[in-house]
Write a protein that binds this ligand. Sequence first.
Ligand code: ADP
Length: 486
Amino acid sequence: MIEVLSVASEIYPLIKTGGLADVAGALPGALAAHGVSMRSLVPGYPAVMREVAGGRVVYEFNDLYDGWARLIAGRFAGLDLLVLDASHLYDRPGSPYVGPDGYDWPDNWKRFAALSWVAGKLALGIVEGYQPDIVHAHDWPAGLAPAHVKYGPSDRVKTVMTIHNLVFQGHFGPEIFPRLDLPPHAYWEGVEYYGGVGYMKAGLAAADAITTVSPTYAREIRTPAFGAGLEGLINYRADALHGIINGIDVEAWDPVTDPELGQNYGTNTLHKRYLNKAELRHRFGLQATDGPLFSVVSRLTGQKGVDLIAANVDWLVSLGATLIILGSGETSLESALYTAAQRHPGRVAIYRGYDEKLSHLIQGGADAILVPSRFEPCGLTQLYGLRYGCVPVVARTGGLADTIIDANEAAVEAGVATGLQFSPVTSEGLGEAIKRAVDLYANEKVWRKIQRRAMKSDVSWSHSAGRYADLYASLLGQERDEQFGN
Ligand code: ADP
């Protein structure tokens, strides 16, 4: 059994702001089937502490970045957790990264330096009876963990750094370096970033292996257009870089059993989706009953191409379609969408906020989901769309390119199409894709065929979990046990 310590700043179902949480929450279960035991080190935010406060205290720190702290071992929703209970760092309202005022917590450097420092200590076996073989760090908040392992006294433990989104890098001033408890030479060997400290960069420089969440994004981040300033280092480390596509939790996301759907359905009972569509119309106050219902479930940001959606609202309505949007984000984009919705009462509606349950109903009732991202490391909403027959209309980039088979004539004819892709990622590109989707929808037989094929796509973790297991084993110089191979 390979022991992996996963280090993540969010984990579903305890705390989630995006896809990282879904991945951190789903991987442990998926890996168990491949002979890997994964424990997750997470910060003790209030939402986490509520669930594990009664757990077993396995270690105490008298002074962890200016306060007392302890590690609590607990289980929740099948997850084996080590929670870093440090109230001076994590016991506050707001999201993991920003306060209620919408600004980053000013001590974020410290909050996540502490998390990685503790990961480094766990790698040395400070908790009795526990020492991981691998430390697997996710995104910049865990970026210093591979550095702590690399510069620590033992070289038994190997490290993996996973990039979920390269744009968020954890870039801080040089004055924090002396507080990181790394040797001085670590600065110039990889921690230094544009005159300061880069947490993501430190992880990319120090880790034994780097992964990102799709093969296409793994290629894209080697170019200046997608590398966000780190393409030089990533190219230098290309031999250590692997693109492994994300899966989804196919039990939590199953239209046959999903409790959030008023009407469950499967590939042979797709017609029943209309009841969920009716429920959505009711909830969003839509009047129109004709034409396809497009949807968006997303952070409302430039990365997600939300401006392209706003620019296409009039066009979409002119084609006889309707649109619902669930999300929140940049103020200017939110107001562009509100203005568009006001122009089309009864045909376009926006629900501002985060609502996990509603996101299930949208996948189970809308006809298509728009994902026009400018870049997309993997993307999860198109995977949920596949699973629910909510046909994904996606930009040809990153994981979107890797997971959707475009409904061009040949693919439709061959019965392999699962959605629509468009390129270039412009407002015109999205507009053409919307028109193509409306035309395909008009042919019920073809549309059903695409939906069915989409629903049969393998979006589970099983294949990708096997790839992570292979990677861990190869870092440890082991052959994977045959019984777990796939
Ligand atoms: P990212 O992590 O870049 O935001 P992903 O597509 O990888 O994008 O993951 C986003 C996750 O967050 C998905 O599980 C999606 O369903 C969910 N999500 C995004 N916005 C909302 C929202 N407003 N309400 C509910 N779920 C949301």
